[in-house]
Unconditional design. Sequence first.
Lengths: 698, 392
Amino acid sequence: MSIFNIGLSGLNAAQVALSTVAQNVTNVNTPGYHRQRVSQAAQMPSFEGYGFVGRGVEMTAVNRVYNSYLERQLTTATTQDSKLMTQMSYLSQLEDLLGDESTSLGNSMSDLFKSMQALNSTPDSIPARQSVVNSAQAFAGRVQLVNGRFEELRTGINTQIHSSVSQINAIGKQISEINVQIQSLGQGAAIPNDLMDKRDQLVLDLNRLVKADVTVQSDGRYTVSIGSGQALVASGDHFPLEVVPSLEDPQKLEIAYAGSNGTVRIPDRLFEGGSLSGLINSKAEALNRSQADLGRLVIEVADQLNRQSSTGRDLYNQPGGDIFKSLNAFRPLPVGEEIQPPTVPPTFQTLETQMKSYRDAAANFAVVITDPSKLAVGSSLKASLPLDGKLKPTISSVWQSAQGSNGAAIPTLPGPIELKYVPDAKPPFTAAGYTVTDAPGVPGGYVLTSDTDPSLVVEFKAEGMGEDAATLLISNKALGKDTNSGFAVKPEAGGIAAMWAPYGDTVGSMPAAGVSISWDGSAWSAPAGYTVEAANPPDNGYRIMNAAGEQVVGFAANPAKLAAGNSFTIGSGPSDFTPSDNSNMLAMVKIQTKKTMSSTPNGINNFHPGDAAGKTTDFQGFFGQLVSFVGNKTNEVKIAAQAQTVTLKETYLARESFSGVNLDEEAANLIRFQQAYQASSKVIQIAQQVFSDLLQMR
Amino acid sequence: MRISSNTQFIASNYSLNSNHARLSSLNEQLSSLKRINRPSDDPVASAQLINLGQSMSRNDQMMINTRTIESTLALSEEYLFRGGEVLQSIQNLAIQAGNASLTDEDRSYLRTQLQEQVKGLVGIANSADGQGKYLFSGTKSDTPPFELTLEPTMSIQYKGDWQRQDVAASASRDIAITEPGGLLFGASSTVADASKPDEFSAGNELWQALARFDQILAAGPNGMAKAGPDGEVVMNNATPPAAVLGADGKPMQFKDGLPRLDVNGAALLEPVLDAGGNPVLGPDGVTPLQQAQTKDLPPTYDESLAKTIEGLKDGQEQLLRSHTSIGARRAEVETLSKTGEGLDVQYKSAVGQLQDLDYVQAITDLNMAITALDTTQKTYKLVSELSLFKYI
């Protein structure tokens, strides 16, 4: 009888072992599956007086081969790998965008300055001017293209954040459901292996999305928490995450947690691993910085070129206008500074509002000049010959140099500059109210800087210095290119050495017949309706005012030739229009290599270095810094990702080697347990034979 | 170590992936022939390449500029050369005009010739380039630089400005491609003091000498002051003429051409003054004693002609100086253009060093990567075929 039982127990044991092997073989490719092992033991023997007789085999357990240390390693490696891979995919898109030669902003910026340089050889050529307008439009188009791609990446990241959060919620819900199932099994009951595998796989999947920590409760249920300990799953409850618009910038997304105490926003920095953190980091570290730099670059390009343009004259001999749309209204402050004008309570610049300004700036970058004739190539200033009519020295070009940045006002020439040539002095010029310095690296070049604040800077080149002291005048050109838009005096070569266009706001018109004035030896007399008043500088400078108190013209007398009784008629004369004057465009081209940009601060909390920061590089160099930053970041992530892939592979292999199914091993077990089954069958067969032999003994 | 069935797969998968990645990166390098295909390949070099790109683009434009500068300067030089030739023939006219045997009629022919030559010279000074821009009017290139009127007197006035058009020929050097005509030829033919027609002002000698030449040809020696006939007694213009008493109280004689006779043949005299500044009276106690005027004498034809010839020479020197200065600029531009070409080569070699691929290395690497991939694939195939299940 017991032989039957013993054989049967062996048969059962072999069958269970065979089904476990079958389970292992069929689940060889199931993710998260741990191979299972049957534990068996000899049954309690029965005492038969002479000793103990075995009662066969019994099944004690079916266990999965599981090492929590290896599993934790795998989870950590997976969450890091997933973060790096996500970052990598966005960074490589970003670097392709910035680094590709065909879309490179750098080339299109060089082309703009190149066409401006080409215009300098033919300042009044409409095709050459059109080419500058076209390259400016091409540059603006390229900026829009790049910024458009930035916005697409941003939208892509936001969409992915949304879908990641809903996946996280779905996984959280499934884990909480498994928790409920486990609870229903009752305290102390064994938990099905495959249910545990399923739950562990869910935790691994969750870690691919966001780093999540697991605490095992005493009853075997999991508590899953993310961030700084926000429970996603606790017992049978699941607390879903939400994507909510930021309070400061509705376009920025934040992740909130609907915990038991209401909705709480989780700061971005608390997400450490998983693709969600990869997404958040790509946006915060690389995309934000790139877009902020682009915004800052175009604000400065527009400001610098517009500033120099405003000091020049176009082909209609009118003051230059903006080339690019002015973006100064978008200039943000460094994060943390108080926004002016002050409000109650004070408002401070935040990263969100700063980013919004930069993004808006880049999106608004456009060319406003359409008429190529309106490019301000010429200078608005002119220089007279020495007042005594000699030819030495001669000022061969003169222009105003637009200083400063940040949209600060550019002062205009308040009146003629009386430039005194002092032979053999260094520098050989002086002017009251101005400091004269040598222009660095320009032979014969000088810089006049006014003592006012903000200072007015006029540059000029002089030559043919000569041995005699002389006085020259630098003054505004009269507006307009009509033949008679300038001034002339009759008789010429007399006591009036120079004339200039009125300065300031009160400009009166010149009557067709001109204004006749005469000198009585100490004062000027003017016809009814006009007065002559002294205007200093220059020495012996005067201006003719009309009855309305408006300036009609300014002039300088030459005392050496002026005698009592002299009279002159000052009227309209040849225009001051100079089509071949390119000095303003020459100054504009120099902006290309001028240090106009300060480097962006490192970090992710502020992209504005502050106005006090030193200007260390030019536009192209700044763009190079951005490309280098994105390249470095990509390189860093690439190397980390490669290392992480190896780590992941190794931890995966370690887990596989411990918990994975080996088909050869299972095949061997199959044979082994088949043989055990056959042997047990044989035992039963033998028992049956013994029994029938007994029955046949009649 | 225990091996699971998936171990094979994972390990091979990783090797296949990394071999593929290596192969694709080498493939990209070999097809673009560049070491750096994206900024992350070498972030520092990428930034340098962007800066080099700007320098190369600027240098390209500079080389184009040097050609423009060269051709514009060559044009100016050509016109100045022709102006010099015209001036040479005007100088010949001036030498002819000094011939004492010329009649007034001869001089009027000379004057006609002079006016034609001046028209030619001003025409050259008013030359325009291929685009109709005046070469010598400073930056006022839409205005003819010189205005010439012949009657009643010759007058030439500069109408341009004194500024130059600069074009960048290198990163640090702007070169003027135009020269204001006022500096080349002079600003005005009007002399500063009409009572001293032979005092030409510096820089304006050419036009003033030409205008003066025209004046003296019109006037002729007889229309101008003359030297007094030596040895003869100086007579006053009373009727009948009486001898003029000199400082010594005796009748004065012409000596060394003094006193000079004015256009009407009257002697240019001035009273002798005593220490108190009062005229010294002659023996009759009424007529002041006279002496020859020595200061501010009206010039004679020959004197004026000599000044004119001198003025023309000064003008030609001025033209020659400008000519030389333009030539020097052309030479400088040529040097800068060569420097630009040299820089271009340097920039290109710098770019090459930064981004060019080491072909030999890359091809060797490619072969190794192909071998590695091939081996991995074969190994994977062989190993995956091994299974105990085949035998049961």
